[in-house]
Design a binder for this molecule. Structure first.
Ligand code: UDP
Length: 326
């Protein structure tokens, strides 16, 4: 099977590529390296540098007997999407339209799409299953939802088979240390904790400690990126075996609070991480957890590496190692 991994040099993409190579697939990575990194590329995967907005280069990549596409490329900073919707509309929406049109042009009819739990908006019940109403609270979430809708139309009209995977909070690193790229200026909790631990940032700001949760801080469903990667392979197998187009959550069903993440990191790395409490961050809700039932039933997938110790230890290993090279 030849898989075109669009966005394969990024944090999640590189873990997906590793999984595909381990499974014996032929892989071509397509990435413009805007946020993806050269260091995340595997020598055994073919690499084409290009943007999803460059239809000529994308067409050249798609022309090479591709059996399926894994489409991860896109902008993903929630806050930035609210300030610069045009950038998100262009990259995420025009980009998705380009990918789908070029798939049609070259007769490629299977795609796994990186969607996000942000399509749900504020939870009406927990855990969130795929039947939960969708009501994105950010422009970023809107672009993910619109792409899911595009996929549905292309599926109905043109026979594209898709699985849209709604990721919850992606964390962790490859346990063998094969993926070393660190995100520049990360906006998410665990990489920020790690940057403080490494002395790159002075402190962690905890956004709100008056939520209706046991310790007053927000609870999220953190899913190890290696588990996400396995989910992509299982979704491909599902489509290959004739499965119909679906939208599927990838999460653990369990929640971890900001405070638990901080305290456990301090315990595992053996030193204190400076933090301060601040007011709530706009748009945050107290608790988000996923129902992972559908993934289990349809894909025979469930999280295996997403316990808090594995999440923190695999992430710390990469950060600690990077400090040696400073
Ligand atoms: N968070 C925090 N300080 C930070 C970054 C995040 O307290 O510097 C909290 C945030 O309020 C949320 C949780 O950590 O409750 C996870 O946030 P993240 O941005 O990683 O993911 P999100 O759930 O917003 O997609």
């Amino acid at each position: 099977m030849h898989i075109l991994v669009i966005g394969g040099a990024g944090y999640i993409g590189s873990h997906v590529v590793k999984e595909l190579l381990q499974q014996g697939a032929k892989v071509t990575v397509y990435d413009d390296l805007s946020t993806g990194q050269q260091i995340n590329l595997f020598p055994s995967a073919h690499f084409i540098k290009g943007s999803i907005l460059d239809t000529d280069t994308l067409g050249h990549a798609m022309a090479q007997n591709v059996d399926a596409v894994i489409f991860l490329a896109g902008k993903k900073a929630v806050g930035e999407s609210m300030q610069n919707p045009a950038k998100y509309a262009t990259t995420n929406l025009t980009g998705a339209i380009n990918v789908l049109n070029i798939m049609l042009e070259y007769g490629v009819n299977k795609i796994i799409f990186s969607s996000s739990a942000s399509v749900y908006g504020s939870p009406e019940y927990l855990p969130i299953d795929e039947k939960h109403p969708v009501n994105p609270m950010s422009f970023y979430g809107f672009t993910k939802l619109e792409t899911e809708r595009l996929l549905k139309w292309y599926s109905d009209l043109k026979g594209i088979h898709f699985v849209a995977l709604r990721y919850f909070n992606a964390v962790g690193y490859d346990a063998n240390g094969d993926i070393k790229g660190l995100e520049k200026n990360p906006q998410n909790l665990l990489p920020i904790i790690m940057e403080v631990a490494c002395g790159i940032r002075p402190l962690l700001t905890i956004f709100g400690h008056d939520y209706d949760t046991p310790d007053g801080t927000c609870i999220r469903d953190y899913i190890h990126v290696t588990d996400l990667a396995t989910g992509h392979w299982k979704a491909l197998e599902y489509l290959k075996n004739g499965g119909k187009s679906e939208i599927i959550n990838l999460g653990t069903g369990k929640g971890i609070s900001v405070m638990e993440m901080l305290q456990k990191t301090q315990e595992l790395i053996g030193h204190k991480i400076k933090s301060v409490f601040d007011t709530r961050r706009a748009g945050d809700v107290a608790v988000v957890t996923a129902s992972a039932q559908k993934a289990k039933e349809l894909l025979n997938w469930q999280a295996q590496h997403s316990d808090i110790d594995s999440i923190i230890q695999t992430t710390w290993a990469v950060y600690k190692n990077s400090m040696k090279n400073v």
